[in-house]
Design a binder for this molecule. Sequence first.
Ligand SMILES: Nc1ncnc2c1ncn2[C@@H]1O[C@H](COP(=O)(O)OP(=O)(O)OP(=O)(O)O)[C@@H](O)[C@H]1O
Length: 510
Amino acid sequence: MFRPRPTQPSQTAPTPEAGPSTPPALTSDAAASGIDVPTQPVAGPSAENQSFVSKIMADNPYFSAGAGLMGIGVVLTVFRRSLTLGTTFAQRRMLVTLEIPSKDRSYPWFLEWMAAQSGSQVGKGKKPMGFRSHELAVETSYKQHENGSSEAVFNLVPGPGTHYFKYQGTWFQVKRERDAKLMDLHSGSPWETLTLTTLSTYRHLFSSLLTEARALAEASTEGKTVVYTAWGVEWRPFGKPRGRREMGSVVLGEGVSERIEKDLRSFLGRGKWYAERGIPYRRGYLLHGPPGSGKTSYIQALAGALHYNICLLNLAERGLTDDKLNHLLGLVPERSFILLEDVDSAFSRRVQTSEDGFKSSVTFSGLLNALDGVASSEERIIFMTTNHYDRLDPALIRPGRVDVHEILDDAAGEQAKRLFVKFYGNSTTTTQEGEEKGRILREDETPLTDEEVEQLGNELMRIVEEERSRGRTISMASLQGLFIRTGAKESLDGIRELCKSRGGEKAPYV
Ligand SMILES: Nc1ncnc2c1ncn2[C@@H]1O[C@H](COP(=O)(O)OP(=O)(O)OP(=O)(O)O)[C@@H](O)[C@H]1O
Protein backbone atom coordinates (compact mmCIF):
# COMPACT_ATOMS: atom_id res chain seq x y z
CA MET A 1 0.00 0.00 0.00
CA PHE A 2 1.17 3.43 -0.89
CA ARG A 3 1.83 5.71 2.15
CA PRO A 4 3.26 9.21 1.93
CA ARG A 5 6.66 9.36 3.46
CA PRO A 6 7.06 11.89 6.28
CA THR A 7 9.08 14.82 5.12
CA GLN A 8 12.59 15.08 6.46
CA PRO A 9 13.50 18.37 8.02
CA SER A 10 15.80 20.20 5.69
CA GLN A 11 19.39 20.21 6.63
CA THR A 12 19.84 23.76 5.51
CA ALA A 13 16.68 25.11 7.15
CA PRO A 14 17.50 27.41 9.99
CA THR A 15 16.42 26.32 13.42
CA PRO A 16 15.20 28.66 16.13
CA GLU A 17 17.98 27.39 18.35
CA ALA A 18 20.57 28.43 15.90
CA GLY A 19 20.81 31.80 17.65
CA PRO A 20 23.31 34.32 16.51
CA SER A 21 24.85 31.84 14.14
CA THR A 22 21.59 31.85 12.06
CA PRO A 23 22.38 32.58 8.44
CA PRO A 24 20.87 35.78 6.98
CA ALA A 25 17.16 35.47 5.91
CA LEU A 26 16.42 35.14 2.21
CA THR A 27 14.20 37.58 0.31
CA SER A 28 11.19 35.88 -1.21
CA ASP A 29 12.52 36.19 -4.82
CA ALA A 30 15.89 35.02 -3.86
CA ALA A 31 14.39 32.19 -1.89
CA ALA A 32 12.45 31.16 -4.92
CA SER A 33 15.53 31.19 -7.03
CA GLY A 34 17.56 29.50 -4.37
CA ILE A 35 20.23 32.22 -4.32
CA ASP A 36 21.39 33.50 -0.99
CA VAL A 37 21.08 37.26 -0.87
CA PRO A 38 21.81 39.19 2.26
CA THR A 39 18.88 41.34 3.38
CA GLN A 40 21.06 43.96 5.01
CA PRO A 41 21.85 46.88 2.76
CA VAL A 42 25.39 46.54 1.80
CA ALA A 43 27.33 49.67 1.44
CA GLY A 44 29.16 49.64 -1.86
CA PRO A 45 29.20 51.07 -5.39
CA SER A 46 25.45 50.21 -6.25
CA ALA A 47 24.16 52.13 -3.26
CA GLU A 48 26.22 55.01 -4.33
CA ASN A 49 24.75 54.85 -7.84
CA GLN A 50 21.20 54.80 -6.49
CA SER A 51 21.67 57.79 -4.37
CA PHE A 52 23.38 59.47 -7.30
CA VAL A 53 20.41 58.85 -9.67
CA SER A 54 17.83 59.90 -7.11
CA LYS A 55 19.90 62.92 -6.36
CA ILE A 56 19.96 63.93 -10.00
CA MET A 57 16.21 63.27 -10.30
CA ALA A 58 15.52 65.33 -7.26
CA ASP A 59 17.92 68.09 -8.05
CA ASN A 60 17.56 68.37 -11.88
CA PRO A 61 14.33 70.14 -12.89
CA TYR A 62 14.56 68.79 -16.48
CA PHE A 63 14.52 65.23 -15.31
CA SER A 64 11.62 65.68 -12.98
CA ALA A 65 9.62 67.56 -15.63
CA GLY A 66 10.34 64.79 -18.15
CA ALA A 67 9.19 62.18 -15.71
CA GLY A 68 6.05 64.19 -15.05
CA LEU A 69 5.31 64.50 -18.79
CA MET A 70 5.89 60.81 -19.25
CA GLY A 71 3.40 60.12 -16.52
CA ILE A 72 0.81 62.38 -18.15
CA GLY A 73 1.47 60.69 -21.50
CA VAL A 74 0.84 57.28 -20.02
CA VAL A 75 -2.37 58.46 -18.37
CA LEU A 76 -3.56 60.03 -21.63
CA THR A 77 -2.77 56.90 -23.64
CA VAL A 78 -4.67 54.77 -21.16
CA PHE A 79 -7.55 57.24 -21.28
CA ARG A 80 -7.60 57.27 -25.06
CA ARG A 81 -7.50 53.49 -25.26
CA SER A 82 -10.35 53.13 -22.83
CA LEU A 83 -12.31 55.80 -24.71
CA THR A 84 -11.87 53.90 -27.98
CA LEU A 85 -12.83 50.66 -26.31
CA GLY A 86 -15.77 52.36 -24.65
CA THR A 87 -16.91 53.90 -27.94
CA THR A 88 -16.63 50.58 -29.78
CA PHE A 89 -18.54 48.89 -27.00
CA ALA A 90 -21.20 51.61 -26.97
CA GLN A 91 -21.43 51.48 -30.77
CA ARG A 92 -21.95 47.75 -30.66
CA ARG A 93 -24.53 48.01 -27.95
CA MET A 94 -26.31 51.23 -28.88
CA LEU A 95 -25.95 51.69 -32.65
CA VAL A 96 -27.19 49.62 -35.54
CA THR A 97 -25.97 49.73 -39.11
CA LEU A 98 -27.50 48.67 -42.39
CA GLU A 99 -25.42 47.97 -45.47
CA ILE A 100 -26.89 48.44 -48.95
CA PRO A 101 -24.54 47.27 -51.71
CA SER A 102 -24.91 48.87 -55.15
CA LYS A 103 -25.93 45.47 -56.52
CA ASP A 104 -29.07 45.45 -54.41
CA ARG A 105 -32.32 46.70 -55.92
CA SER A 106 -32.95 49.02 -53.01
CA TYR A 107 -29.74 50.95 -53.74
CA PRO A 108 -31.14 53.24 -56.48
CA TRP A 109 -34.44 53.43 -54.61
CA PHE A 110 -32.70 54.77 -51.52
CA LEU A 111 -30.69 57.37 -53.45
CA GLU A 112 -33.82 58.52 -55.25
CA TRP A 113 -35.62 58.69 -51.93
CA MET A 114 -32.82 60.78 -50.43
CA ALA A 115 -33.02 63.20 -53.34
CA ALA A 116 -36.81 63.43 -53.08
CA GLN A 117 -36.89 63.72 -49.28
CA SER A 118 -34.51 66.57 -49.24
CA GLY A 119 -36.21 68.34 -52.10
CA SER A 120 -32.87 68.31 -53.85
CA GLN A 121 -34.24 67.72 -57.31
CA VAL A 122 -33.05 70.72 -59.21
CA GLY A 123 -35.77 71.96 -61.45
CA LYS A 124 -38.64 74.35 -61.61
CA GLY A 125 -40.24 75.05 -58.23
CA LYS A 126 -38.07 72.60 -56.32
CA LYS A 127 -37.01 73.19 -52.72
CA PRO A 128 -33.32 73.64 -51.87
CA MET A 129 -31.10 70.91 -50.44
CA GLY A 130 -32.22 69.37 -47.18
CA PHE A 131 -29.75 66.72 -46.04
CA ARG A 132 -26.52 67.79 -44.42
CA SER A 133 -23.73 67.26 -46.86
CA HIS A 134 -20.88 68.97 -48.60
CA GLU A 135 -20.19 66.12 -50.99
CA LEU A 136 -22.92 65.78 -53.56
CA ALA A 137 -23.32 63.73 -56.69
CA VAL A 138 -25.70 64.31 -59.55
CA GLU A 139 -27.91 61.68 -61.16
CA THR A 140 -29.62 62.98 -64.25
CA SER A 141 -32.89 61.51 -65.39
CA TYR A 142 -35.49 62.49 -67.94
CA LYS A 143 -39.07 63.17 -67.08
CA GLN A 144 -41.59 62.65 -69.84
CA HIS A 145 -44.56 64.99 -70.02
CA GLU A 146 -48.04 64.07 -71.22
CA ASN A 147 -47.43 65.72 -74.60
CA GLY A 148 -44.41 63.48 -75.17
CA SER A 149 -41.74 66.13 -74.57
CA SER A 150 -39.13 65.37 -71.96
CA GLU A 151 -37.23 67.47 -69.46
CA ALA A 152 -33.91 66.72 -67.76
CA VAL A 153 -34.18 66.42 -63.98
CA PHE A 154 -30.99 66.65 -61.92
CA ASN A 155 -31.19 64.68 -58.70
CA LEU A 156 -28.63 65.80 -56.14
CA VAL A 157 -27.81 62.71 -54.13
CA PRO A 158 -25.20 62.15 -51.42
CA GLY A 159 -21.79 61.70 -53.02
CA PRO A 160 -19.06 59.43 -51.64
CA GLY A 161 -18.47 60.46 -48.01
CA THR A 162 -20.45 60.79 -44.79
CA HIS A 163 -23.81 62.54 -44.59
CA TYR A 164 -26.56 63.01 -42.02
CA PHE A 165 -30.31 63.17 -42.35
CA LYS A 166 -33.32 63.05 -40.12
CA TYR A 167 -36.14 60.56 -40.63
CA GLN A 168 -39.21 60.44 -38.38
CA GLY A 169 -37.39 62.60 -35.83
CA THR A 170 -34.32 60.34 -35.68
CA TRP A 171 -30.87 61.16 -36.96
CA PHE A 172 -29.25 58.81 -39.43
CA GLN A 173 -25.73 58.73 -40.70
CA VAL A 174 -25.22 57.58 -44.26
CA LYS A 175 -21.79 56.65 -45.56
CA ARG A 176 -21.36 56.21 -49.28
CA GLU A 177 -18.17 54.34 -50.11
CA ARG A 178 -16.75 53.57 -53.50
CA ASP A 179 -14.43 50.64 -54.07
CA ALA A 180 -11.69 51.65 -56.49
CA LYS A 181 -10.70 48.06 -57.20
CA LEU A 182 -14.05 46.33 -57.60
CA MET A 183 -16.23 47.05 -60.58
CA ASP A 184 -19.71 46.06 -61.63
CA LEU A 185 -18.95 44.30 -64.89
CA HIS A 186 -22.43 44.87 -66.31
CA SER A 187 -22.69 48.59 -65.80
CA GLY A 188 -18.96 49.36 -65.76
CA SER A 189 -19.47 51.48 -62.66
CA PRO A 190 -17.37 51.08 -59.50
CA TRP A 191 -18.71 48.94 -56.71
CA GLU A 192 -20.37 51.03 -54.04
CA THR A 193 -21.82 50.53 -50.60
CA LEU A 194 -24.18 52.67 -48.56
CA THR A 195 -24.02 52.18 -44.80
CA LEU A 196 -26.82 53.63 -42.71
CA THR A 197 -26.31 54.00 -38.96
CA THR A 198 -28.74 54.98 -36.26
CA LEU A 199 -29.52 54.25 -32.62
CA SER A 200 -30.29 50.64 -31.94
CA THR A 201 -33.72 51.45 -30.50
CA TYR A 202 -34.78 52.86 -33.88
CA ARG A 203 -33.78 49.86 -35.96
CA HIS A 204 -37.39 49.38 -37.04
CA LEU A 205 -37.12 52.63 -39.00
CA PHE A 206 -34.84 50.93 -41.54
CA SER A 207 -37.61 48.80 -42.91
CA SER A 208 -40.14 51.63 -43.02
CA LEU A 209 -37.56 53.84 -44.72
CA LEU A 210 -36.84 51.22 -47.37
CA THR A 211 -40.55 50.55 -47.86
CA GLU A 212 -41.07 54.28 -48.45
CA ALA A 213 -38.17 54.33 -50.89
CA ARG A 214 -39.63 51.39 -52.81
CA ALA A 215 -43.09 52.97 -52.88
CA LEU A 216 -41.56 56.16 -54.27
CA ALA A 217 -39.70 54.22 -56.97
CA GLU A 218 -42.88 52.36 -57.87
CA ALA A 219 -44.85 55.60 -57.98
CA SER A 220 -42.48 56.88 -60.63
CA THR A 221 -43.42 53.91 -62.83
CA GLU A 222 -47.11 54.09 -61.92
CA GLY A 223 -49.21 54.08 -65.06
CA LYS A 224 -46.14 53.12 -67.10
CA THR A 225 -44.78 49.93 -68.59
CA VAL A 226 -41.21 49.01 -67.76
CA VAL A 227 -39.39 47.13 -70.49
CA TYR A 228 -36.59 44.93 -69.15
CA THR A 229 -33.82 43.46 -71.24
CA ALA A 230 -31.26 40.82 -70.32
CA TRP A 231 -27.95 42.10 -68.94
CA GLY A 232 -25.78 39.08 -68.47
CA VAL A 233 -27.78 36.90 -66.14
CA GLU A 234 -30.13 39.56 -64.83
CA TRP A 235 -32.95 41.75 -66.06
CA ARG A 236 -32.39 45.50 -66.21
CA PRO A 237 -34.88 48.23 -67.16
CA PHE A 238 -34.29 49.33 -70.72
CA GLY A 239 -34.65 53.09 -71.03
CA LYS A 240 -37.28 54.99 -69.14
CA PRO A 241 -40.64 53.40 -68.28
CA ARG A 242 -43.00 53.95 -71.19
CA GLY A 243 -46.45 55.47 -70.98
CA ARG A 244 -49.10 52.76 -71.22
CA ARG A 245 -50.59 52.23 -74.61
CA GLU A 246 -54.39 52.37 -74.71
CA MET A 247 -55.92 49.02 -75.63
CA GLY A 248 -58.31 50.83 -77.97
CA SER A 249 -55.42 52.27 -79.96
CA VAL A 250 -54.55 48.85 -81.37
CA VAL A 251 -57.24 47.80 -83.79
CA LEU A 252 -57.27 44.05 -84.35
CA GLY A 253 -59.57 41.80 -86.34
CA GLU A 254 -63.01 40.96 -85.03
CA GLY A 255 -62.85 39.34 -81.56
CA VAL A 256 -59.05 38.73 -81.51
CA SER A 257 -58.22 41.16 -78.74
CA GLU A 258 -61.18 40.05 -76.62
CA ARG A 259 -60.25 36.37 -76.95
CA ILE A 260 -56.63 36.88 -75.84
CA GLU A 261 -57.55 39.22 -72.99
CA LYS A 262 -60.29 36.93 -71.72
CA ASP A 263 -57.98 33.92 -71.75
CA LEU A 264 -55.22 35.76 -69.93
CA ARG A 265 -57.52 37.23 -67.31
CA SER A 266 -59.00 33.83 -66.56
CA PHE A 267 -55.48 32.35 -66.26
CA LEU A 268 -54.40 35.00 -63.76
CA GLY A 269 -55.49 34.21 -60.27
CA ARG A 270 -55.81 30.47 -60.90
CA GLY A 271 -52.47 29.64 -59.28
CA LYS A 272 -54.12 27.51 -56.61
CA TRP A 273 -56.11 25.57 -59.19
CA TYR A 274 -52.92 24.77 -61.12
CA ALA A 275 -51.00 23.90 -57.94
CA GLU A 276 -53.70 21.51 -56.74
CA ARG A 277 -53.49 19.61 -60.01
CA GLY A 278 -49.70 19.70 -60.14
CA ILE A 279 -49.69 21.64 -63.42
CA PRO A 280 -46.96 24.26 -63.92
CA TYR A 281 -48.59 27.65 -63.62
CA ARG A 282 -47.73 29.09 -67.01
CA ARG A 283 -49.37 30.15 -70.23
CA GLY A 284 -47.89 30.69 -73.65
CA TYR A 285 -49.30 32.88 -76.41
CA LEU A 286 -48.17 32.98 -80.02
CA LEU A 287 -49.13 35.97 -82.14
CA HIS A 288 -48.31 35.43 -85.78
CA GLY A 289 -48.93 37.46 -88.89
CA PRO A 290 -47.33 39.79 -91.42
CA PRO A 291 -45.10 42.69 -90.37
CA GLY A 292 -46.87 45.79 -89.06
CA SER A 293 -50.06 44.05 -88.01
CA GLY A 294 -49.80 45.20 -84.39
CA LYS A 295 -48.33 42.15 -82.60
CA THR A 296 -45.83 44.06 -80.49
CA SER A 297 -48.15 47.03 -80.01
CA TYR A 298 -50.92 44.75 -78.79
CA ILE A 299 -48.68 42.98 -76.26
CA GLN A 300 -47.56 46.40 -74.96
CA ALA A 301 -51.15 47.59 -74.64
CA LEU A 302 -52.23 44.37 -72.91
CA ALA A 303 -49.33 44.63 -70.45
CA GLY A 304 -50.36 48.20 -69.69
CA ALA A 305 -54.01 47.28 -69.20
CA LEU A 306 -53.11 44.52 -66.72
CA HIS A 307 -50.39 46.61 -65.00
CA TYR A 308 -47.67 44.24 -66.15
CA ASN A 309 -44.16 44.94 -67.37
CA ILE A 310 -42.34 43.31 -70.28
CA CYS A 311 -39.12 41.29 -70.29
CA LEU A 312 -37.84 41.43 -73.84
CA LEU A 313 -35.62 38.54 -74.79
CA ASN A 314 -33.62 38.40 -77.98
CA LEU A 315 -32.65 34.78 -78.56
CA ALA A 316 -30.14 35.70 -81.26
CA GLU A 317 -28.19 37.90 -78.86
CA ARG A 318 -24.47 37.22 -78.68
CA GLY A 319 -23.30 35.66 -75.49
CA LEU A 320 -26.70 34.26 -74.57
CA THR A 321 -26.20 30.61 -73.69
CA ASP A 322 -28.58 27.84 -72.65
CA ASP A 323 -27.56 28.28 -69.02
CA LYS A 324 -28.04 32.03 -69.06
CA LEU A 325 -31.41 31.66 -70.76
CA ASN A 326 -32.53 29.14 -68.15
CA HIS A 327 -31.34 31.42 -65.38
CA LEU A 328 -33.06 34.48 -66.88
CA LEU A 329 -36.39 32.75 -67.31
CA GLY A 330 -36.22 31.67 -63.69
CA LEU A 331 -35.60 35.22 -62.47
CA VAL A 332 -38.26 37.19 -64.29
CA PRO A 333 -39.33 40.26 -62.27
CA GLU A 334 -42.77 39.95 -60.75
CA ARG A 335 -45.78 40.95 -62.86
CA SER A 336 -43.96 40.70 -66.16
CA PHE A 337 -44.64 39.14 -69.54
CA ILE A 338 -41.73 37.42 -71.25
CA LEU A 339 -41.64 38.49 -74.88
CA LEU A 340 -39.72 36.45 -77.46
CA GLU A 341 -39.91 38.35 -80.74
CA ASP A 342 -39.39 36.71 -84.13
CA VAL A 343 -38.87 33.25 -82.66
CA ASP A 344 -38.50 31.76 -86.13
CA SER A 345 -35.37 33.76 -86.92
CA ALA A 346 -33.58 32.99 -83.67
CA PHE A 347 -32.11 29.77 -85.01
CA SER A 348 -32.02 30.22 -88.77
CA ARG A 349 -29.74 33.26 -88.53
CA ARG A 350 -27.31 31.45 -86.34
CA VAL A 351 -23.95 30.56 -87.75
CA GLN A 352 -22.85 27.27 -86.31
CA THR A 353 -19.14 27.76 -86.94
CA SER A 354 -17.12 30.30 -85.06
CA GLU A 355 -15.12 31.33 -88.16
CA ASP A 356 -16.72 34.74 -88.26
CA GLY A 357 -16.52 35.05 -84.53
CA PHE A 358 -20.27 34.63 -84.10
CA LYS A 359 -20.68 31.52 -82.06
CA SER A 360 -23.87 29.60 -81.73
CA SER A 361 -25.08 29.96 -78.20
CA VAL A 362 -28.70 29.10 -77.42
CA THR A 363 -29.60 25.69 -78.81
CA PHE A 364 -33.11 24.69 -79.77
CA SER A 365 -33.26 22.04 -77.07
CA GLY A 366 -31.87 24.62 -74.62
CA LEU A 367 -34.78 26.91 -75.47
CA LEU A 368 -37.33 24.12 -75.02
CA ASN A 369 -35.85 23.21 -71.64
CA ALA A 370 -35.83 26.82 -70.53
CA LEU A 371 -39.46 27.26 -71.60
CA ASP A 372 -40.49 24.20 -69.63
CA GLY A 373 -38.41 25.37 -66.70
CA VAL A 374 -38.58 24.02 -63.22
CA ALA A 375 -42.21 23.46 -62.28
CA SER A 376 -42.83 26.31 -59.92
CA SER A 377 -45.89 27.88 -58.41
CA GLU A 378 -44.91 31.28 -59.77
CA GLU A 379 -46.84 32.41 -62.80
CA ARG A 380 -45.08 32.64 -66.11
CA ILE A 381 -46.65 34.34 -69.11
CA ILE A 382 -44.79 34.02 -72.38
CA PHE A 383 -45.65 35.83 -75.59
CA MET A 384 -43.96 34.84 -78.83
CA THR A 385 -44.27 36.61 -82.16
CA THR A 386 -43.38 35.52 -85.66
CA ASN A 387 -43.92 36.55 -89.26
CA HIS A 388 -43.38 32.94 -90.41
CA TYR A 389 -45.70 30.57 -88.62
CA ASP A 390 -44.90 27.77 -91.07
CA ARG A 391 -41.22 27.83 -90.14
CA LEU A 392 -41.78 27.07 -86.48
CA ASP A 393 -40.82 23.68 -85.16
CA PRO A 394 -43.94 21.85 -83.88
CA ALA A 395 -42.06 21.07 -80.64
CA LEU A 396 -41.81 24.80 -79.87
CA ILE A 397 -45.51 25.47 -80.24
CA ARG A 398 -46.99 22.33 -78.77
CA PRO A 399 -49.64 22.77 -76.03
CA GLY A 400 -47.98 23.54 -72.72
CA ARG A 401 -45.43 25.73 -74.44
CA VAL A 402 -47.91 27.67 -76.55
CA ASP A 403 -51.50 27.44 -75.41
CA VAL A 404 -53.11 30.15 -77.54
CA HIS A 405 -52.33 30.75 -81.23
CA GLU A 406 -53.74 33.93 -82.74
CA ILE A 407 -53.27 35.43 -86.14
CA LEU A 408 -52.93 39.19 -86.48
CA ASP A 409 -53.42 39.86 -90.12
CA ASP A 410 -53.19 42.70 -92.62
CA ALA A 411 -56.10 45.12 -92.50
CA ALA A 412 -59.60 43.77 -93.04
CA GLY A 413 -62.14 46.31 -94.36
CA GLU A 414 -63.88 46.81 -91.06
CA GLN A 415 -60.52 47.06 -89.22
CA ALA A 416 -59.38 49.78 -91.62
CA LYS A 417 -62.62 51.67 -91.03
CA ARG A 418 -62.20 51.52 -87.24
CA LEU A 419 -58.66 52.90 -87.51
CA PHE A 420 -59.89 55.60 -89.90
CA VAL A 421 -62.58 56.69 -87.42
CA LYS A 422 -59.98 56.79 -84.64
CA PHE A 423 -57.85 59.14 -86.69
CA TYR A 424 -60.46 61.39 -88.29
CA GLY A 425 -63.46 61.10 -86.00
CA ASN A 426 -64.37 64.02 -83.81
CA SER A 427 -65.65 62.13 -80.83
CA THR A 428 -64.52 63.76 -77.63
CA THR A 429 -63.63 61.51 -74.72
CA THR A 430 -63.42 62.38 -71.06
CA THR A 431 -60.35 61.20 -69.19
CA GLN A 432 -60.44 59.86 -65.62
CA GLU A 433 -59.37 63.28 -64.39
CA GLY A 434 -62.43 64.76 -66.05
CA GLU A 435 -60.37 66.40 -68.79
CA GLU A 436 -61.97 66.52 -72.24
CA LYS A 437 -59.85 65.16 -75.06
CA GLY A 438 -60.62 65.45 -78.70
CA ARG A 439 -58.58 64.90 -81.82
CA ILE A 440 -56.16 67.69 -82.62
CA LEU A 441 -56.63 68.79 -86.21
CA ARG A 442 -53.75 69.58 -88.51
CA GLU A 443 -53.52 73.23 -89.57
CA ASP A 444 -54.57 72.48 -93.17
CA GLU A 445 -57.45 70.26 -92.13
CA THR A 446 -61.14 71.11 -92.08
CA PRO A 447 -63.08 69.15 -89.48
CA LEU A 448 -65.43 66.47 -90.78
CA THR A 449 -68.92 65.92 -89.51
CA ASP A 450 -69.73 62.56 -87.93
CA GLU A 451 -71.78 61.65 -91.01
CA GLU A 452 -68.85 62.44 -93.31
CA VAL A 453 -66.50 60.33 -91.22
CA GLU A 454 -68.95 57.44 -91.32
CA GLN A 455 -69.44 57.76 -95.06
CA LEU A 456 -65.71 57.96 -95.85
CA GLY A 457 -65.04 55.09 -93.45
CA ASN A 458 -67.53 52.91 -95.32
CA GLU A 459 -65.94 53.84 -98.61
CA LEU A 460 -62.52 52.87 -97.21
CA MET A 461 -63.92 49.55 -95.99
CA ARG A 462 -65.26 48.80 -99.48
CA ILE A 463 -61.91 49.62 -101.13
CA VAL A 464 -59.91 47.47 -98.69
CA GLU A 465 -62.28 44.51 -99.11
CA GLU A 466 -62.20 44.87 -102.88
CA GLU A 467 -58.39 44.88 -102.93
CA ARG A 468 -58.28 41.96 -100.54
CA SER A 469 -60.53 39.91 -102.83
CA ARG A 470 -57.83 40.42 -105.48
CA GLY A 471 -55.25 39.20 -103.02
CA ARG A 472 -53.84 42.65 -102.40
CA THR A 473 -53.61 43.64 -98.80
CA ILE A 474 -52.40 46.57 -96.80
CA SER A 475 -50.82 46.42 -93.38
CA MET A 476 -52.26 48.31 -90.43
CA ALA A 477 -48.86 50.00 -90.01
CA SER A 478 -49.10 51.37 -93.59
CA LEU A 479 -52.62 52.64 -92.95
CA GLN A 480 -51.45 54.37 -89.81
CA GLY A 481 -48.58 55.98 -91.73
CA LEU A 482 -51.00 57.24 -94.37
CA PHE A 483 -53.47 58.64 -91.85
CA ILE A 484 -50.68 60.47 -90.05
CA ARG A 485 -49.50 62.11 -93.28
CA THR A 486 -52.69 62.98 -95.14
CA GLY A 487 -56.21 64.24 -94.71
CA ALA A 488 -59.24 61.94 -94.70
CA LYS A 489 -60.22 62.29 -98.37
CA GLU A 490 -56.69 62.03 -99.77
CA SER A 491 -56.05 58.93 -97.74
CA LEU A 492 -58.72 57.01 -99.69
CA ASP A 493 -56.81 57.58 -102.91
CA GLY A 494 -53.57 56.60 -101.22
CA ILE A 495 -55.01 53.25 -100.12
CA ARG A 496 -55.35 51.87 -103.66
CA GLU A 497 -51.78 52.84 -104.42
CA LEU A 498 -50.54 51.20 -101.23
CA CYS A 499 -52.43 48.00 -101.98
CA LYS A 500 -50.88 47.89 -105.45
CA SER A 501 -47.43 48.41 -103.99
CA ARG A 502 -47.85 45.20 -102.02
CA GLY A 503 -47.41 43.41 -105.33
CA GLY A 504 -50.75 41.73 -105.77
CA GLU A 505 -49.51 38.60 -104.03
CA LYS A 506 -51.92 36.54 -102.06
CA ALA A 507 -51.63 37.56 -98.45
CA PRO A 508 -49.80 34.73 -96.69
CA TYR A 509 -52.18 34.63 -93.76
CA VAL A 510 -55.56 34.79 -95.52
N1 LIG B 1 -53.65 46.72 -85.57
C1 LIG B 1 -53.07 47.92 -85.39
N2 LIG B 1 -53.76 48.92 -84.82
C2 LIG B 1 -53.18 50.11 -84.64
N3 LIG B 1 -51.91 50.40 -85.00
C3 LIG B 1 -51.19 49.43 -85.55
C4 LIG B 1 -51.73 48.15 -85.77
N4 LIG B 1 -50.80 47.38 -86.33
C5 LIG B 1 -49.72 48.14 -86.46
N5 LIG B 1 -49.94 49.36 -85.98
C6 LIG B 1 -48.95 50.44 -85.92
O1 LIG B 1 -47.86 50.08 -86.76
C7 LIG B 1 -46.62 50.21 -86.10
C8 LIG B 1 -45.90 48.85 -86.07
O2 LIG B 1 -46.67 47.95 -85.31
P1 LIG B 1 -46.05 46.68 -84.54
O3 LIG B 1 -44.61 46.86 -84.33
O4 LIG B 1 -46.90 46.43 -83.38
O5 LIG B 1 -46.26 45.55 -85.61
P2 LIG B 1 -45.73 44.05 -85.55
O6 LIG B 1 -46.85 43.21 -86.05
O7 LIG B 1 -45.20 43.74 -84.25
O8 LIG B 1 -44.58 44.10 -86.63
P3 LIG B 1 -43.34 43.10 -86.82
O9 LIG B 1 -43.89 41.76 -87.12
O10 LIG B 1 -42.61 43.68 -87.96
O11 LIG B 1 -42.60 43.15 -85.54
C9 LIG B 1 -46.93 50.75 -84.74
O12 LIG B 1 -46.63 52.13 -84.74
C10 LIG B 1 -48.41 50.56 -84.54
O13 LIG B 1 -48.97 51.68 -83.89
